[in-house]
Design a binder for this molecule. Structure first.
Ligand SMILES: Cc1ncc(COP(=O)(O)O)c(C=O)c1O
Length: 396
């Protein structure tokens, strides 16, 4: 009998970490590897935000905060949601957590009973399926492909709904595909969900600001689903604050109270110094962050241009986030240099071992025919990585 619980045994390790650990091992043994595996901005935290953290320490923000966060921070979140998304929330509807990841699991823990279904459009962020399992739910996947820019339609969604459906969980902008849903597409999704008042939409908008080709729309801005939507966002991606661990949810009153209850028994309020610094961050004019977005935009164009030249890679221009997600089905089922390539994870490992470039296979994102590269890396690294892959694959 396993000492580990059945609940935990159902979970997998994240493929992102499997690949980044392998990269670390190879580097330690002297191999020159370029890693494009991890999803975090390679910028420093803006100075103003750092200063606010120093001030918070000096002002002795060293005690527990309220479970859902300092009122001033929740007000700053509400103001941000009004300013950027035209959404009306009271501070009591906001719950600040240790990252968006915790915000999502708070919501899932609050609504999912054993055996309830959560719809995940594939590809999805690796943690979603594992979080659903952790709370005793079952994921129901909706397949998409590169031909539809990895987006679902309202008709597909309608078909996936059953009497057991409790939630729809997705990210827009999307990790890993880099696609985002337009206002029109979201309205069609909202119209479907509005017919089922017991279904909650969990809308992960953590990449909101990293958007090159259009306007970010939050599905909560459609009044027919406002009462059914949990908006998830946080400081990690837009402010390069991944290690500071601050995220938040904005929910209808009943769900905000439930998130507060979950978090109160699990972790209490998030780190107080990071909370204080986040007030300053959220009050910044988004224009002040534009230098990071412009840099990602340049890299997106660079990597897309180079990737189009790689044999057997089919890719769409990603419009947001900092990932590119080529379809590599050309190589599936082939044996290359004696290695059988059954799925995208095999192919990612094959590239790492032979071309010395790290990426993540799409199996755990729900797309076994794609691989994910993060372009949160320097232009030199990106150029060198794409050149290595091109030169290596040209031989097949
Ligand atoms: C789609 C998505 N949601 C949430 C997160 C987690 O964000 P946080 O650092 O705020 O927990 C990530 C991080 O990679 C992500 O890609």
């Amino acid at each position: 009998m396993s000492k580990i619980s059945d609940r935990l045994n159902r979970l997998s390790y994240s493929q992102t970490f499997v690949m980044s650990n392998k990269v670390r091992e190879m580097k330690a043994s002297g191999v020159d590897v370029i890693s494009l595996t991890l999803g975090e901005p390679d910028f420093d935290v803006p100075q103003k935000i750092k200063q606010a953290a120093f001030d918070a320490i000096n002002e002795n923000y060293s005690h527990y905060s309220p479970v859902p966060g300092f009122l001033e921070l929740r007000q700053a979140v509400a103001d941000k949601l009004k300013r950027d998304n035209n959404l009306d929330y009271k501070p009591t509807q906001i719950c600040v957590s240790n990252g968006a990841k915790q915000s999502i699991i708070n919501v899932l823990a609050a609504i999912v009973n054993d055996g309830d279904e959560v719809i995940l459009p594939a590809p999805y962020w690796v943690s979603y399926d594992e979080m659903v399992k952790l709370v005793g739910g079952t994921s129901v996947f909706i397949e998409t492909s590169i031909d539809t820019d990895f987006k679902i339609t309202a008709a597909q969604l309608e078909q996936a709904i059953t009497p057991k459906t409790k939630a729809l969980l997705y990210s827009s902008p999307c990790n890993p595909s880099g696609s985002f849903y337009t206002g029109e597409e979201l309205e069609a999704i909202a119209n479907v969900i509005a017919k089922y008042p017991d279904i909650t939409i969990i809308s992960d908008e953590i990449y909101e600001f990293i958007n090159y080709d259009g306007e970010h729309v939050s599905i909560a801005s459609f009044p027919q689903v406002y009462e059914q939507t949990a908006v998830i966002n946080g400081m990690s991606k837009a402010f390069a604050m991944t290690g500071w661990r601050i995220g938040y949810s904005a929910c209808p009153d009943w769900l905000a109270k439930a998130c507060d209850k979950v978090q109160g028994q699990m972790t209490s309020g998030a780190n107080t110094v990071a909370q204080r610094a986040s007030i300053t961050a959220l009050k910044m004019d988004p224009q002040e962050l534009q230098y990071m977005i412009s840099e990602f935009h340049k890299r997106r164009d660079l990597v897309y241009g180079l990737m189009k030249e790689i044999k057997g890679f089919k890719c769409n221009l990603p419009k947001s986030a900092f990932y590119i997600f080529p379809d590599i089905s050309y190589y599936l089922g082939k044996t290359l240099n004696g290695t059988e390539i059954k799925d995208a994870d095999d192919f990612a490992m094959f590239l790492l071992e032979n071309a010395h470039v790290g990426c993540v296979g799409g199996v755990s994102f729900g797309s076994p025919e794609c691989i994910r590269f993060s372009y949160a890396a320097s232009e030199e690294e990106l150029t060198e990585a794409m050149t290595r892959i091109k030169n290596f694959l040209d031989q097949f």
